[in-house]
Design a protein around this ligand. Structure first.
Ligand SMILES: Cc1cc2nc3c(=O)[nH]c(=O)nc-3n(C[C@H](O)[C@H](O)[C@H](O)COP(=O)(O)OP(=O)(O)OC[C@H]3O[C@@H](n4cnc5c(N)ncnc54)[C@H](O)[C@@H]3O)c2cc1C
Length: 400
């Protein structure tokens, strides 16, 4: 029996993944009804500039908007902004105004909320939204010191932006080096050097016990007081509205390799909330990256519209900090060892220009680069093919 044609697609979450899903539906010839529900008052905007150009003051908010207002009419999508989804049942979503929307396919693209520390006062900043970025920017305009909890990418980018503005920065990190778990000690050590070489103070292995006003109380008894304090300790998938749905939302929405939520009818998920089955890793993996979101949205839009699935891509992440692009292709958590390919960063030389291969035994699983965009790009196909050490070294010699 053929499935009934899809007549209404409801996309929950009007961010990058939501918008790109809508565009992919149309690009694949779907001409039915589309609704896009988002709880922020803004049309979809881009988040990477929130810790970079927008925070630095070199861009204004209209520049982070992903599409002009009339694009939504052109796409034939009805937007419901300032509207939160509060519940789901098969084929239905309940909104915070009490209305129920019915759809043949529902796509979840609700992203993350910034994780907070227990007892965190409202005057201590987090950074996830446009409004967060503008509030932090206004506070930094008057600040001469900034304390950041968490040396992840958002923490490092804010530190970089603040150092460029001459602000004294202290970064507090729980692990021995930033990204110790995801990237290992050596690569994490390079990220640490970017911070310290900018003049920021980095304190690692530090726990936070609580707050006294805005002052951070450290587990070792110390106190850190700054004009502005930011907590940048990652995000929590925004799936609270699915808590009564019977779907397991621990650790994200578990999906098959095409984005269908497991155990739910006609429900799909893309972006930061979605843990798609990764054939290479052999398990569901949730990635909180821009490119991953765009690729998943393209695949889900095509699948719902009956179009052709795009080929699987190599995971990719970039970060702009301290005057360079930090990039990563592949699956670093699968690596068992790391080898230098270009530059001397791992031997204490300049971080800029360093490219590192991450291998699982003798198979290339990822490549990381610091201010070496052109070279890093050349390894992408090798990561995709999962080539052996000899081929990696051959390319390194060619590019030397
Ligand atoms: C400061 C910052 C810098 C970043 N920099 C980089 C970078 O340099 N490189 C990189 O690869 N990635 C970066 N990222 C990550 C990238 O922006 C995300 O991967 C991407 O935005 C994820 O898209 P999404 O659609 O899943 O979620 P979002 O873009 O977060 O969109 C989700 C939307 O859904 C809304 N929503 C949530 N719950 C509901 C509900 N119940 N009902 C209705 N609407 C709801 C949210 O308010 C939000 O508007 C950065 C992220 C941040 C925050």
């Amino acid at each position: 029996m053929r499935a009934a044609p899809v007549q209404h697609v409801l996309v929950v979450g009007a961010g990058l993944g939501g918008l790109r899903t809508v565009e992919a539906l149309r690009a694949n010839g779907y001409d039915g009804r589309i609704s896009l529900v988002g709880d922020e008052p803004h049309l979809p905007y881009d988040r990477p500039p929130l810790s970079k150009q927008l925070l630095a003051g070199s861009w204004e908010p209209d520049r982070v908007r992903l599409r002009a207002e009339d694009t939504y009419d052109d796409l034939g999508v009805r937007t419901y902004l300032g509207t939160r989804a509060v519940d789901w049942r098969p084929g239905q979503v309940v909104l915070d105004d009490g209305a129920t929307m019915y759809a043949d396919a529902i796509v979840v693209a609700t992203g993350l909320s910034a994780r907070r520390l227990p007892g965190q006062p409202d005057s201590v900043f987090t950074l996830r939204t446009l409004d967060d970025s503008l509030a932090l920017r206004a506070a930094l305009d008057k600040a001469s010191s900034l304390a950041i909890v968490g040396a992840g990418f958002v923490g490092a980018e804010v530190a970089s932006t603040a150092r460029d503005r001459g602000i004294e920065v202290t970064v507090l990190e729980a692990l021995s080096v930033p990204f110790a778990r995801a990237l290992g000690e050596e690569l994490g050590g390079l990220c640490a050097r970017l911070l310290t070489e900018s003049g920021a103070t980095l304190r690692t292995g530090v726990g936070i016990d609580g707050f006294d006003g805005d002052t951070l109380l450290l587990a070792d008894g110390d106190r850190v007081d700054a004009d502005v304090t930011l907590v940048g300790i990652g995000g929590v998938p925004r799936l609270e509205w699915l808590s009564d749905s019977g779907i397991d939302v621990t650790g994200g929405l578990v999906c098959d390799a095409a984005g269908r939520v497991e155990g739910a009818e006609a429900l799909w998920a893309v972006g930061d909330v979605a843990a798609w089955h990764d054939d290479v890793a052999g398990r569901p993996v949730r990635r909180e990256h821009w490119t991953n979101t765009v690729e998943q949205a393209a695949a889900v839009g095509a699948a719902i519209a009956g179009g052709e699935a795009p080929p699987p891509a190599v995971p990719y992440f970039w970060s702009d900090q301290f005057g360079m692009k930090v990039q990563l292709f592949g699956r670093p958590t699968e690596a068992t060892r790391r080898i230098p390919l270009h530059g001397d960063g791992l031997d204490g030389g300049p971080v800029k220009g360093t490219v590192v291969g991450l291998l699982r035994d003798d198979t290339l699983v990822a490549v990381a680069g610091f201010g070496a965009a052109r070279r890093v790009a050349r390894y992408r196909a090798l990561v995709a093919a999962g080539v052996g050490l000899a081929e990696v070294e051959e390319l390194a010699r060619t590019l030397a």
